[in-house]
Design a protein around this ligand. Structure first.
Ligand code: COA
Length: 372
């Protein structure tokens, strides 16, 4: 069995950001328009008015202060309330491929590796803009990577599940280098007209370069161990899919977008994740005192505070459990990789950390790494 290392990461961040205040102004304008349009039905008690959103609620409930998006104007247009992204010809790069390639190139540059020396590209994301051909194969071609490529989807846990998949192939010797890329266009499957969730997501792409750990002289993270787990739940769900035409359900329906029972997710996922990390650490002989950093999935600040405290057995010190959700919001599978990419370079040789993502499925994935 070969050893595995992470030698590079990359983050593509869209140019446009939406603050909570901007988001709430647009949402409330939409709500007022809807309520004016349906004034008679609301007055007759046949329909509930659309309630206003509040920036104070958003930051208190989630810790999110802004999000990056691929298209701002469409989302903030009260008559549209969704991103406006021009369709592309089949022979033009798809949007996921384009932003994924940007993140991959940054990861390759950090690792000092040519794309041609990559044997595997996994495009692991919570939604893919088409069924086939795989976005990963398109990214492989645009990069000029070798070997083979495939897509996978484990929602918010896609990155860590992708890392385990690639790491296992490197360990076995079937490949030498892999890119795990997470282009997340969450803005296109978020229901911006629903105040319960309109603030949750943002867009981004991340990439992780993994290599056989043999004669590496550049800075890297040794992959000590990976672990994935799933447990079925309907509490985070998106019903959009190819059977909709067969079901005669092609209209604008709420369940074609992200749906969640946020309170239940909160209550059920916290113990699942805390237990998962504790068991993974125990099985690898890693004590809480050995941990220098936790790069958690970026969905909710209170959730991360709770998990950090549970794992470490105390309040995390400043910088020990970095959050990026205040700037990026929830970027699904990419969140823990952004946190890792932006908050790991300062670690010293021998320092240990855990990347952990969790979400729909339910799913939870953890990667224990040591700085070298
Ligand atoms: N503005 C103002 N009020 C709002 C609001 C908004 N945008 N959205 C909801 N509210 C209201 C609710 O209607 C509710 O009012 P009520 O008490 O009169 O019924 C109240 O605020 C509390 O709402 P609730 O949904 O219970 O809030 P919460 O504290 O659970 O926070 C989440 C909501 C989504 C931030 C939180 O549940 C969460 O983060 N859950 C986990 C999410 C997660 O990890 N998902 C994984 C996604 S991949």
């Amino acid at each position: 069995m070969f050893k595995v290392a992470i030698t590079g990461t990359g983050v593509f961040t869209p140019k446009d950001a939406i603050t909570n205040d901007e988001l709430v102004v647009a949402f409330n304008a939409y709500a007022d328009k809807q309520n004016a349009k349906n004034a008679d039905a609301i007055a007759a008690g046949d329909m509930d008015p659309v309630p206003h959103s509040s920036a104070d609620f958003i930051v208190a409930a989630s810790g999110i202060e802004q999000r990056y998006v691929l298209n701002k104007s469409g989302i903030l247009d009260p008559d549209r309330m969704s991103p406006s992204l021009a369709p592309r010809e089949d022979d033009a790069p798809s949007i996921m491929a384009e932003i994924g390639v940007d993140a991959c190139q940054k990861a390759l540059d950090e690792g000092g590796i040519d794309a041609a020396d990559v044997d595997l590209v996994i495009c692991a994301a919570s939604n893919h803009e088409r069924a086939y051909p795989a976005i990963a194969v398109e990214i492989q071609q645009l990069l000029g990577a070798g070997g083979f490529a495939f897509d996978m989807n484990v929602a918010c846990s896609s990155a860590t599940f992708g890392i385990q998949t690639a790491a296992d192939m490197i360990k076995s010797g079937s490949i030498r280098r892999a890119l795990v890329v997470n282009p997340e266009i969450c803005s296109a499957h978020l229901e911006w007209r629903d105040r319960d969730c309109h603030f949750i997501f943002g867009d981004v792409a991340t990439a992780t370069l993994l290599e056989r750990d043999e004669g590496l002289t550049k800075p890297h993270f040794k992959v000590k161990s990976t672990r994935c787990a799933t447990q079925f739940s309907n509490n985070i769900r998106n019903n959009n899919g190819f059977l909709r035409r067969a079901h005669d359900q092609m209209g604008d329906q709420r369940d074609m977008q992200f749906m969640q029972n946020g309170r239940k997710v909160f209550k059920e996922v916290l113990p699942l994740v805390s237990r998962h990390i504790a068991e993974h650490m125990a099985d690898e002989g890693v004590q809480a005192d050995d941990l220098n950093r936790l790069w958690l999935h970026q969905a909710n600040k209170t959730m991360n505070d709770y998990i950090g405290k549970k794992v470490l057995g105390r309040e995390p010190a400043e910088g020990e459990q970095p959050n990026i959700l205040q700037d990026y919001a929830n970027t699904s599978s990419a969140g823990s990789i952004i946190a890792f990419s932006q908050n790991s370079k300062d670690l010293q040789a021998g320092d240990t950390g855990i990347i952990c993502s969790f979400g729909a499925g339910y799913s939870v994935g953890s990667v224990i790494v040591t700085r070298s």
